[in-house]
Write a new protein. Structure first.
Length: 367
């Protein structure tokens, strides 16, 4: 009995298609990304509903499915490459090695094509500020100092109200913060309706220490719709990071705006722990802008408002990140900066600090 074998030409076409199709998708994205109407239609009628459905689907698991998929993918790539090297030495067939390299390259091309169409597209639609009519004009040093003082005053008032251990360190239960996370946008969506979605809890990362080494406090994974948070970072800022990552689930792509939205959600909610974390994160952003512009103004503010509890949290955060500073973090920061700049974020990683203008304009009315 004869069995048919698949013609070699069919396998060749499959390999060729596995490489050319994702390349075609990436080229198509580059062609269309400048058309805001096309990108908006794609994001709001397909990408956002898909990712929200995926987020609800994977929410049945208490762990980060994104982290698991990342680990499996990277492990698979390493095993695939090692096997390719072993086989080429055993069988003396260089073409076999090249085929495996081509398959590996194909996997990474599909990953990047998916990232383009399932997340990068959000960088090319009207921004959150444009959708909500917010204007972030450059602020004066006096305006910056006034809002910084407001944040310092609020943070100092809330610092003694949050749970603390015997040594005065922030000690709120992080699992409870993740459980309460979906509720913190309830007040903000009354002011900004575009943020109103069916909420899904953020998830903690098992390899949080690795995230800290790379300099990240959280990551949104569009392939599962999950907001993932580094819980090894200082606990006092984890609630605000939860709010930040959950803003990405609401298609707030810009890190500038995600920082602002996360802070605004925290400070407007009814939860004291989230309020404090939001004011603390905002204070850090404002300090980073005010100190170089007017160090005397910052010294006056910190000297007047930094009570014992606020000082402990401020010091804990600074010491934590200073101890982890390394060339690895610098390299990761440089890569992410390039990624942001390649996706319509001209300020790159500095866009995190650029949220100061939005903070000053929005909170300036409350000073």
């Amino acid at each position: 009995m004869k069995t048919k074998t698949r013609p070699a030409i069919s396998r060749t076409w499959l390999r060729l298609g596995a490489v050319t199709l994702p390349l075609a998708l990436m080229i198509l994205f580059q062609v269309l990304k400048g058309n805001q109407g096309v990108m908006s239609g794609w994001v709001w009628f397909f990408m956002a509903p898909l990712e929200r459905a995926l987020g609800r689907l994977w929410s049945i698991f208490p762990f980060s499915v994104a982290e698991l998929l990342d680990a499996l993918f990277l492990t698979g790539c390493v095993v695939w490459l090692v096997r390719a090297v072993v086989l080429v030495f055993r069988q003396k067939k260089p073409l076999l090695f090249l085929r495996r390299l081509l398959a590996l390259a194909s996997a990474w091309l599909w990953l990047w094509a998916g990232l383009c169409w399932l997340w990068n597209a959000a960088y090319y639609i009207p921004s959150f500020a444009q959708r909500e009519g917010l204007e972030a004009a450059p602020c004066s040093t006096e305006e910056l100092a006034a809002v910084t003082e407001y944040f310092a005053r609020q943070a100092a008032a809330l610092a003694p109200q949050v749970p603390r251990d015997g040594e005065g360190h922030f000690a709120a239960q992080l699992p409870d913060c993740f459980d309460r996370g979906p509720e913190i946008y309830q007040n903000l969506i009354l002011e900004f309706p575009s943020l109103d979605i069916k909420p899904v809890k953020a998830k903690s990362l098992y390899c949080s220490r690795l995230q800290s080494i790379l300099g990240f406090t959280g990551v949104y994974f569009p392939f599962t719709g999950e907001a993932n948070v580094n819980i090894d970072a200082p606990a006092c800022l984890v609630p605000a990071t939860i709010a930040h990552e959950m803003s990405h689930q609401r298609m707030v792509a810009s890190e500038l705006e995600a920082n602002f939205v996360g802070i605004a959600a925290c400070t407007s909610c009814d939860d004291v722990v989230f309020q404090y974390s939001g004011y603390l994160m905002g204070l850090i952003q404002l300090c980073n802008a005010l100190y170089p512009a007017d160090p005397d103004a910052w010294r006056a503010i910190s000297g007047q408002y930094f009570n014992q509890e606020l000082s402990i949290d401020w010091q804990d955060n600074n010491q934590y990140w200073e101890a982890l500073r390394s060339p690895v973090e610098d390299a990761a920061e440089e890569m992410y900066d390039s990624f942001l700049k390649s996706n319509n974020q001209e300020l790159g990683i500095r866009s995190y600090g650029a949220c100061v203008d939005l903070l000053v304009r929005y909170f300036g009315e409350k000073v």
